[in-house]
Design a protein around this ligand. Sequence first.
Ligand SMILES: C[S@@+](CC[C@H](N)C(=O)[O-])C[C@H]1O[C@@H](n2cnc3c(N)ncnc32)[C@H](O)[C@@H]1O
Length: 270
Amino acid sequence: MVDDAPAGLDTTTVHPARRYNYWLGGKDHFAADRESGDLIEKAHPTIRLTARENRAFLQRAVRHLAETGIDQFLDIGTGLPTADNTHEVAQRANPAARVVYVDNDPMVMTHARALLSSTAAGRTRYIEEDLRNPGKILAHPMLRDTLDLDRPVGLVLVAVLHFIAEHQHARDLVAELLAALAPGSHLVLTHGTADFSTEQEKEYFRQLTARGASDAYPRSHDEITEYFTGLHLLEPGIVPVCAWHPATDDLPSPHDIAIYGGVGRLGERR
Ligand SMILES: C[S@@+](CC[C@H](N)C(=O)[O-])C[C@H]1O[C@@H](n2cnc3c(N)ncnc32)[C@H](O)[C@@H]1O
């Protein structure tokens, strides 16, 4: 855990990157992040497993895309660097892969050096920006200098859309990002859900949200499917993240995971 905050960093309010780092067993979090993390863990005691499974999905999906020819990635909602970040996974499969990371947490910026390591043949860049400004992300000189938007891109929105309160707003953001990408691009997405929660669990979570202790908005399978409108869903579709091309047969229950993941491919535009 960190004791001294970098200058200019607000550590008094919870931030998802630091709370996620807490659940993953990292060291970059403050009291407010741990407090929120513990409250959510009360509502969902397997949250640490959820975080690990979400991360493992991200790595399997990125590896799959890199192995099938996607050589450039836009990863929005990067998180604090941990083992096997997107660029490491992609560049292991293809050393020339290029990755642009985007996150709105200034603390990710302080760790950007770890994210910016790259193979000599590839490239990684980091932009501090908000998902709610897709136009600014897409027009950013660093993105334009790193990614060729006339060729397919892997758009990674993993465990970030559920921080957008309004479903229609989240849909519009995804649609705006996809509209800028070439045919053959892919969307890699995960999103928290209450589909497998009991009524009691849902009520506890609602109370946490109402008092500002949780900032995540779970959505249903149908709602999450809407993010993939116009895309061809890769097998096995939108499933609990642990069930997307799992490395083992011994899967945790959907209730314990409570986060869906899927990958979709953008076809030719008419
Ligand atoms: C739960 S972490 C997920 C990290 C990584 N994608 C993964 O799945 O391992 C969510 C990340 O999204 C970032 N985030 C949340 N809201 C955001 C927003 N509006 N714009 C950009 N990043 C955001 C947080 O700072 C955090 O790093």
